[in-house]
Design a binder for this molecule. Structure first.
Ligand code: HEM
Length: 204
């Protein structure tokens, strides 16, 4: 007997997001310099500046419009303040941070579904952060107190927060069209971020 629970023709939102962004993740990961022998303290600082230049406007765009479906704890998950702390710890003053260039070519986040797609990318990045945190601690002696807090933004809660986020995503009743909006926004988040980092000359 055919049971809807076993209908594999429509992928879940998470499956669609993974399928839609997997290759973009691999491509960006290859160009990020975290594992390059040429990465030094000054390049690392330029990288944190460039991350700020993307996270500040995209988080503002996500949070200002109030389109994120209920259940997402913004106060707990906002990451720009951690980047500001890291920049301060690296010796960048608040005035200098304020004057940093910011990405103007952001994904279109004009529907709740699009917001979910972008949030998937920003939340997922905390997982890779765990790998990068260890690498930066070993090689550049960067840790949570001297400019590396962003790489461990959720600390020991990283795994739990990711599972909570997946649970939240799993409860979103998106139809096929909305699901496609989410995937498009997730893909666009990856590509806008890569283009931005490229323009700031911090990629390999
Ligand atoms: C060199 C840099 C990076 C490395 C080494 C890396 C590594 C990883 C690893 C190991 C995972 C899987 C973790 C797990 O399954 O427990 C992961 C997941 C993920 N990363 Fe990255 N990552 C990097 C950069 C990024 C960036 C810059 C973004 C986006 C801005 C990103 C977005 C994601 C997403 C969305 C997932 C979740 C995939 C899923 O399970 O659905 N990553 N990353």
């Amino acid at each position: 007997m055919h049971s809807p629970a076993h209908d594999v023709s429509a992928p879940s939102l998470l499956e669609a997001l993974r399928e839609g962004t997997g290759l973009l993740h691999v491509a960006l990961e290859k160009r990020l310099p975290f594992f390059s022998e040429r990465l030094d303290a000054s390049w690392y600082q330029r990288l944190v500046r460039a991350y700020y230049g993307f996270y500040a406007p995209i988080e503002a765009s996500l949070y200002d419009r109030d389109l994120i479906p209920v259940g997402y704890d913004q106060a707990l998950r906002v990451k720009t303040p951690t980047l500001v702390n890291d920049l301060n710890a690296l010796g960048v003053s608040d005035a200098a941070i304020h004057a940093l260039p910011r990405c103007a070519h952001l994904p279109r986040l004009d529907t709740p579904a699009a917001c979910l797609g972008a949030l998937y990318v920003l939340e997922g990045a905390t997982l890779g952060g765990q790998v990068l945190r260890r690498e930066m601690a070993q090689r550049l002696d960067v840790n949570a107190d001297n400019g590396g807090a962003f790489l461990n933004v959720y600390g020991a809660d990283t795994g739990r927060r990711w599972r909570d986020f997946l649970d939240y995503l799993g409860h979103m009743p998106l139809d096929a069209k909305a699901r496609q909006h989410a995937v498009d926004a997730a893909r666009s988040t990856f590509s806008c971020f890569e283009q931005w980092l490229d323009s700031q000359e911090v990629l390999l």
